[in-house]
Write a protein that binds this ligand. Structure first.
Ligand code: HEM
Ligand code: HEM
Length: 334
């Protein structure tokens, strides 16, 4: 019984973790489906709590070494669950300088090493009987109850008219659309805002046909416009009018199979397929005004239909490469 509870928890935790990242990878429809699975597997952890508490009581009596780490794991998983529900209902969206979404993902990330340790230190060996019909039915029932709990929470958000009903399909909340000064500022993880002198800043475009450096003044002469939604993994979205120059004007025709790496002054970078160039804007203005340092002055990328972490700020280098665009980590480590 305890064994099966632990295995079910392992499955639910892994699925919640994987589907959370899957949702972050999309700014389009699959994000919704990943999140339905995500919330259901997240709620399944709560459904398993009564059974797990029996395992825990037994385990605590055995006084095994490393118990505080197991307790810390419990605290982090519960904190992550709480952060997820607070974000989704909108009951609390900010906690000091952090969004509930940032706390949600942060607690889940901190829990990973503890969870790995916990499973290795208290191994549970799967048995054939775990695939027996009765066991599978029981796991199915757990998922069904979790799905119903998720459905009920979504219905409650609407009935009670909680702020959560305003969420976009990615789970993000609108913020400061078409009011650039109200648009929240955020960066992926560790980037600090640099203050760059536009007179000395250069955009270096390099590829097989050579290197060309563009000045700020030269780029400001372009007025390509894109209206796009920046959907940040921190949990907000903002629609804005951006202007600048389409990358297809700066980069000569490149063959399929090649990619373009866009790098920031901070070293942060992302790689895009060649076919995206005509849709990628190197923005120099937001709402008709020069960018602020926080939003990427002198130039930042606008990558419509991609989550915010693709919108590289403080761009200094556009590099055509022979590598395929998918040859990169799905999420930056910086
Ligand atoms: C939400 C995730 C989990 C939390 C919060 C959690 C927490 C705990 C706690 C507090 C204990 C009792 C203290 C201890 O023995 O260290 C415990 C025991 C245990 N856990 Fe977990 N656990 C989780 C997931 C898992 C998973 C995924 C497995 C294995 C697949 C597992 C296997 C065990 C085992 C075998 C014991 C020992 C039971 C005994 O000695 O009788 N746990 N867990
Ligand atoms: C311990 C691992 C995790 C658990 C148990 C978990 C569980 C949950 C739960 C229960 C919710 C609330 C769903 C709702 O009430 O609608 C939620 C929301 C959310 N989680 Fe997680 N989560 C985990 C990790 C992650 C990770 C690693 C990510 C992203 C990389 C993530 C992204 C999200 C997003 C975007 C939402 C908002 C969904 C919405 O507003 O509809 N989660 N999570």
């Amino acid at each position: 019984m305890g064994r099966r509870t632990n295995l079910a928890l392992l499955a639910a935790l892994s699925a919640a973790f994987a589907t959370g990242w899957l949702a972050f990878a999309y700014a389009t429809a699959p994000a919704r489906w990943s999140l339905v699975l995500h919330a259901t597997t997240g709620f399944a952890i709560l459904v398993l709590v009564p059974w797990k508490s029996i395992v825990i009581r037994r385990g605590v009596r055995r006084r095994r070494p490393g118990r505080p780490a197991s307790v810390a794991l419990g605290v982090l998983v519960l904190a992550s669950l709480l952060g997820g529900v607070l974000h989704a209902t909108g009951l609390l969206r900010w906690w000091g300088a952090y969004t509930a979404m940032e706390l949600h993902v942060g607690a889940a990330l901190l829990a990973v090493p503890l969870a790995v340790w916990h499973v290795l230190a208290r191994p549970v060996r799967p048995r054939r009987i775990d695939l027996a019909r009765r066991t599978l039915l029981r796991q199915g029932a757990t998922l069904a109850v979790a799905g119903a709990a998720y459905g009920a929470s979504e219905a409650a958000v609407r009935l009670l008219r909680l702020p959560g009903q305003e969420r976009r399909f990615t789970g993000s909340y609108e913020a400061g659309s078409f009011q650039p000064e109200l648009m929240p500022v955020s960066s992926w993880m560790f980037d600090q805002v640099p203050v760059l002198d536009p007179a000395r800043w250069r955009l270096r475009v390099s590829g097989p046909s050579g290197v060309r450096e563009w000045t700020y003044e030269e780029l400001m002469a372009y007025d390509d416009r894109i209206r796009a939604v920046l959907d940040c993994t921190g949990g907000f979205w903002s629609g804005q009018d951006w202007s600048g120059v389409l990358l297809s004007r700066l980069v000569p025709e490149i063959g399929a199979g090649r990619s373009v790496r866009i790098a920031s002054h901070t070293g942060y970078d992302r790689r895009f397929p060649a076919g995206d160039l005509s849709r990628l804007l190197l923005a120099t203005r937001l709402g008709g005004r020069p960018l602020s340092p926080e939003h990427g002055h002198p130039g930042r990328l606008v990558a419509a239909d991609r989550r915010g972490f693709w919108w590289v700020k403080w761009v200094v280098h556009v590099e055509v490469e022979g590598l395929p665009h998918w040859l990169q980590l799905p999420f930056p480590l910086q």
